[in-house]
Design a protein around this ligand. Structure first.
Ligand code: NZQ
Ligand code: ZN
Length: 386
């Protein structure tokens, strides 16, 4: 096991009817900016619950943060934060609203002239404007981590940022919010969380037995609840397990003491930036090719995953490892998630070269757990995903 430090300061308040507790978590004299997305919270009752809980606070609202939170829109919110002297933010939404709020948390205290530099130059945020979240869509884990991914349509970029100052102070996880989530987003959430585990697991054995089993148990739980939650999003027990699995998949715990990959996400973000494909779907496109291309260095973990998560017993290590990749694709297909780029766009020629050129330009010359995946390798992986 590798050396590690672990600190996660986010307070989780989990369960039915817990949204009312916002009132006791936000400091009494706070001037609050409540941020949300395109309006789903207004039709599923979450908006009313939050407004009721905030009745004794001074609150300004900022709605309209789109999926793949857009820099230009967030800059409008930043203006409000500064003009109104906002002291606290409350994100009510999925990964996009929470990530947008994290960007604002950082940008509000940033002293440079161009907040995009936080992303472009990967400046870590040590201190941000404090915020809490009400999670409405289990998927990203953003409710309990310090990462954020922001999109800039103008330049077709999608870049990540983070730092110890960007953990939410608290997050309310009420599984009842799952009831109103459309099938497409349920499938996305399961696929995203599943791939988060893969990114932190599908590397090489390092003798971290507990982390491996944490990871495997999250994947097994997601596989188990997937058909239940898609058949009936009002199944509270399935929703609770789905929600907690997504949070646990990316709150930092399972990555401690182990090598991590994250190449699938780095490449996937480019597909969202170029084609607007849902984040989770880009992962399902890239992951199988990535594992096939890097088969030699990942075969031991692929086989362990095949045996323990999918119960594959037939064949030698290579056969089990290969079958495990097919099982992963089948799982995505069972969620009606397509796994080829050509399923999403007919305009894919040249994508691989374009992504490789961008990575070269940014100096991303060695991705993956061994930091050896060069832009030329990325190009081949993307071509295999056409
Ligand atoms: O905008 P509204 O109207 O609220 O609708 C949203 C949105 O259209 C809808 N939705 C959310 N909760 C709902 C609901 N509809 C009905 N009922 C509810 N309870 O779902 C749609 C998608 O929402 P979004 O927040 O975009 O989805 P998700 O949570 O999957 O977030 C994706 C974003 O997170 C980033 C992705 O790159 C992407 O930009 N990620 C963030 C990570 C992190 N911070 O750690 C890690 C991830 O790997 C990922 O990169
Ligand atoms: Zn993801």
């Amino acid at each position: 096991m590798l050396n590690f430090e672990f600190k996660n300061p986010t307070k989780i308040i989990f369960g039915k009817g817990q949204i009312a507790k916002i009132a006791t978590e936000i400091p009494k004299n706070a001037k609050v900016l409540m941020l949300y997305g395109g309006g789903s919270i207004k039709s599923n009752g979450i908006y009313e619950q939050v407004k009721t809980a905030l009745k004794d606070f001074e609150v300004i609202e900022f709605g309209g943060i789109p999926a793949n939170p857009e820099y230009a829109i967030l800059m409008d919110a930043l203006k409000i934060i500064k003009e109104e002297n906002i002291t606290y933010m409350l994100a009510v939404g999925g990964g996009s609203v929470i990530d947008g709020t994290k960007f604002l948390s950082s940008a509000a205290l940033y002293e440079g002239s161009e907040p995009w530099d936080i992303l472009k130059n990967a400046i870590p945020t040590k201190k941000g404007l404090p915020f809490g979240t009400v999670l409405t869509l289990p998927a990203t884990g953003s409710e309990m981590n310090s990462g954020s991914v922001i999109t800039r349509a103008e330049t077709q970029e999608k870049l990540a940022m983070g730092g110890p100052g960007l953990f939410p102070e608290f997050s309310i996880l009420d599984p009842e919010v799952v009831q109103s989530i459309p099938q497409r987003q349920l499938a996305n959430g399961i696929t995203d969380a599943f791939t988060h585990v893969l990114e932190q697991y599908m590397t090489y054995p390092i003798g971290a037995a507990l982390q491996d089993r944490f990871a495997e148990s999250i994947m097994q739980t997601l596989i188990e609840v997937a058909p239940r939650i898609t058949a009936n999003p009002s199944d509270y027990e399935a929703a609770a397990n789905f929600m907690w699995s997504c949070t646990m998949a990316l709150n930092g715990l399972i990555q401690k003491g182990v090598p991590t990959d994250w190449a699938v996400h780095a490449i996937g973000h480019e597909l969202t930036a170029q084609y607007g494909i849902d984040h989770a779907r880009t992962l399902a496109v890239i992951a199988p090719s990535h594992y096939r291309y890097n088969f030699a260095s990942k075969r031991e973990k692929l086989a362990q995953y095949g045996k323990r998560v999918w119960g594959i017993t037939e064949g030698d290590t290579d056969a089990i490892a290969k079958a495990a990749i097919v099982k992963t694709e089948d799982f995505f297909h069972s969620l009606e998630i397509d796994t080829k780029l050509s399923d999403y766009t007919k305009d894919y020629e040249g994508t691989a070269q374009k992504i490789a050129a961008r990575f070269t330009e940014r100096g991303w010359l060695g991705l993956g757990e061994h930091k050896t995946l060069a832009p030329a390798d990325v190009e081949k992986i993307v071509e295999m995903s056409y």
